[in-house]
Design a protein. Structure first.
Length: 193
């Protein structure tokens, strides 16, 4: 796969390279990659996330399986009482008010039983690294057990705990995703942004 030389390559970190087979494009958003992979024409394309970029334009890429763009993942923070879980929920929402999340996410305060509560953060699996970093940078901490991943999100939906409170988190969008005809008109471009 031949990639174009990039000026200001650091601004591409977090975006994607899409390998169409006969050419590649640099600078797609996760939403754009998902739409390309859903299309009949590009469903066999390969996606690579840009994890690091050097001043010389060299990119560090990590392959991302196509099914990743179809999955939800989550992080679940457990406690044994509603008061603690409620405080954890408030702290998480307040963190999102102070510092926007890297992607759209939903947060639930959920009750499994009288002695099991959870704060659930659910988002697209392609943003797992970014959400983990956001929580770490925001110094979000809880006292109970925690788990995360696609399987944990599936288990949460299967268990269907009672949702006591919910909040939608919205990302600060640096790169607006294109869709439909606008996106398809740009697939031959080597540099997308």
């Amino acid at each position: 796969m031949k990639l174009p030389k990039l000026d200001d390559s650091e601004r591409y970190v977090g975006l994607y390279v899409f390998d169409f087979g006969d050419h590649a494009g640099v600078g797609f958003t996760a939403e754009e990659v998902a739409e390309l992979l859903e299309s009949e024409k590009f469903r066999d394309g390969k996606a690579y996330k840009i994890h690091n970029a050097r001043p010389d334009g060299t990119l560090e890429l990590r392959g991302v399986p196509a099914h990743t763009f179809e999955l939800e993942t989550g992080m679940f923070f457990y406690s044994s009482d509603e008061q603690t879980a409620g405080a954890d929920f408030k702290r998480l929402v307040n963190l999102a008010v102070r510092t926007a999340t890297p992607c759209k996410a939903k947060v639930h305060l959920a009750k499994y039983s009288n002695d099991k509560f959870a704060v659930a953060v659910i988002f697209g699996d392609e943003y797992n690294d970014e959400m983990s970093k956001w929580l770490l940078d925001g110094e979000y901490r809880t006292q109970g057990a925690a788990e995360g991943g696609v399987d944990a999100a599936q288990r949460y939906y299967t268990d269907a705990p009672q949702v006591l409170n919910r909040h939608q988190l919205f990302a600060h969008v640096a790169n607006v995703s294109r869709t439909g005809e606008e996106l398809l008109a740009c697939v031959k471009m080597a540099v997308q942004r």
